[in-house]
Design a protein around this ligand. Structure first.
Ligand code: SF4
Length: 378
C-alpha cells in the first residue's frame, strides 16, 4: 500500500516560547551527524521494505525548522529517497519554512531539488504578537518569504497562522486574515494557540504574567476564520485547514484518512501494517543507533482492529467531508453505525454529529467542540 513519508528535522535557531516539539540548537557537527544518520535510515528501510510498501505519495519535511539545513542537503536526501523508494507520479514534496531562515537562493535550490510545496510559518502579521510567541522573524520577513517563494517557482504555498495569542484582539486576527487572503496562498492553516505544559508561555500564564485568551474570544476568532476564508474561495476541508480547489495537503490527508506513513529522523512516528512505532527522541541516541546500522526505534505498539476502527473514525471526523461510511465498511467488514451505535446516537441528539450523503460528520456546532466528540470514540 502507498505510504506518506515524514522526515523530522530537529533543529531550530531559537526555541519559540509556546513550542514543545523536539528540536535542538543548530550546530554544524550536529547537522552533519544527523544528515549522515538520516541517509542510513533511508537506506535501511529501502533494503528492508517490500517493493509494494515503498511507493510514496507524499513527502513532508517537518520540524524543528527544516530550512535551517543547508539547501544542498535537500537534493542529497531526496536523491537517497528516490534510490530507495518509488515516488508516485505527482508526489507532493513539502518543506516547512521559517521566514527567518530563507532567502531567494535557498528557495531556488529547494525548488530545483524537487520540493514542490512550501509551508511557511507566518503565525501573525503583527510583530508585537510574534514577539509574544518568541518567533525569530517579523511580519515583513514573512511577506518577503512568500514573494521569494513565488519568484523561485513555488505555485503551492501553505501559510500557517495561530490565533488566541495573549494580547491578540479580534481586530488583530481579522487584519491577519485579510492580509493572508491578499497574499493569496493556495492553502491556509489556522490553529488556536495551545499552552503546552512546561513551555515558557504556559509558565507565564500560570504566574499570571500574561492574559490567556478567553475561550469565547477564541471561538469567535475560529468562526471569523471559517466565514472569512470560505467567503474568499478557500474550502474548509479540515477543522483547521483551508484550501483552494485541488490544493488540499496530500500528506496530512494520509494522517486524517488513517493511512500508512513512515517517519524518519529523531522523534518521528510511523504507522505501517497496523504497527505504530516511534524513533528515539534524542538526537545522540538516534545517530548512535544508526551508526551501528540499527533501527532507531524506541517503542512499537501493535494496534488491534478496534484501535484501528476508532482511529479511523476520530481522525476522519477532522475532515469536514467526514468519515465515508461505505469506505469504513469496505476496510473493516463492519458498519461504523453498528459498532458505535450509542455514541453516534447521543452525539446526533446533542447536535454535534450528523449522517448525510453516506458520511458521518461534525455539524457546524460540533466543529469547535471536536475534542468532546473524539473522546466518545477513543
Ligand atoms: S520554529 Fe517551530 S519547531 Fe522551532 S521552536 Fe518555533 S515552533 Fe518550535
Amino acid at each position: 500500500m502507498p505510504i506518506g513519508l515524514y522526515i523530522h528535522v530537529p533543529f531550530c535557531i531559537k526555541k519559540c516560547l509556546y513550542c514543545d516539539f523536539t528540536s535542538y540548537p543548530l550546530s554544524g557537527p550536529a547537522v552533519k551527524s544527523y544528515l549522515e544518520s538520516l541517509i542510513r535510515e533511508i537506506n535501511l528501510y529501502g533494503t528492508a521494505l517490500a517493493d509494494e510498501d515503498k511507493i510514496i505519495t507524499s513527502i513532508f519535511f517537518g520540524g524543528g525548522t527544516p530550512t535551517t539545513l543547508p539547501a544542498a542537503s535537500f537534493k542529497t536526501v531526496l536523491n537517497a529517497v528516490r534510490s530507495s523508494f518509488f515516488l508516485a507520479a505527482g508526489c507532493e514534496v513539502t518543506v516547512e519554512a521559517n521566514p527567518g531562515t530563507v532567502d531567494g537562493a535557498c528557495l531556488t535550490e529547494l525548488r530545483q531539488a524537487g520540493v514542490n510545496r512550501l509551508s511557511i510559518g507566518v503565525q501573525s502579521f503583527h510583530d508585537r504578537l510574534l514577539g509574544v510567541l518568541g518567533r525569530i522573524h517579523s511580519a515583513a520577513q514573512a511577506v518577503q518569504a512568500v514573494q521569494l517563494a513565488r519568484k523561485a517557482g513555488f505555485d503551492n504555498l501553505n501559510l500557517d497562522f495561530i490565533f488566541g495569542i495573549p494580547g491578540q484582539t479580534n481586530h488583530d486576527w481579522r487584519e491577519t486574515l485579510h492580509r493572508a487572503v491578499e497574499i493569496a496562498p493556495e492553502h491556509i492553516a489556522a490553529y488556536s494557540l495551545q499552552l503546552e505544559e512546561g513551555t515558557p508561555l504556559a509558565q507565564a500564564a500560570e504566574r499570571g504574567a500574561i492574559c490567556v485568551c478567553p475561550e469565547e474570544t477564541e471561538l469567535t476568532m475560529y468562526q471569523d476564520a471559517v466565514a472569512f476564508l470560505t467567503a474568499h474561495g478557500y474550502s474548509h476541508y479540515e477543522i483547521s485547514n483551508f484550501a483552494r480547489p485541488g490544493k488540499q495537503c496530500a500528506h496530512n490527508l494520509v494522517y486524517w484518512l488513517n493511512q500508512p506513513y513512515l517517519g524518519l529522523g529523531p522523534a518521528a512516528h510511523s504507522l505501517i501494517k497496523g504497527v505504530r512505532f516511534a524513533n528515539d527522541i534524542s538526537l545522540a541516541g538516534y545517530c548512535d543507533r544508526l551508526s551501528r546500522e540499527e533501527y532507531p526505534v524506541e517503542n512499537r505498539t501493535g494496534l488491534t482492529v478496534a484501535d484501528e476502527m476508532s482511529e479511523t473514525v476520530f481522525l476522519g471526523l477532522r475532515l469536514t467531508a467526514g468519515v465515508d461510511l461505505n469506505q469504513f465498511y469496505r476496510r473493516f467488514g463492519r458498519r461504523a453505525e453498528d459498532i458505535y451505535r450509542n455514541e453516534i446516537a447521543g452525539l446526533i441528539q446533542k447536535g454535534l454529529l450528523e449522517i448525510s450523503e453516506g458520511s458521518l460528520r461534525l455539524t457546524t456546532k460540533g466543529l469547535p467542540l471536536a475534542n468532546v466528540v473524539f473522546r466518545e470514540f477513543v
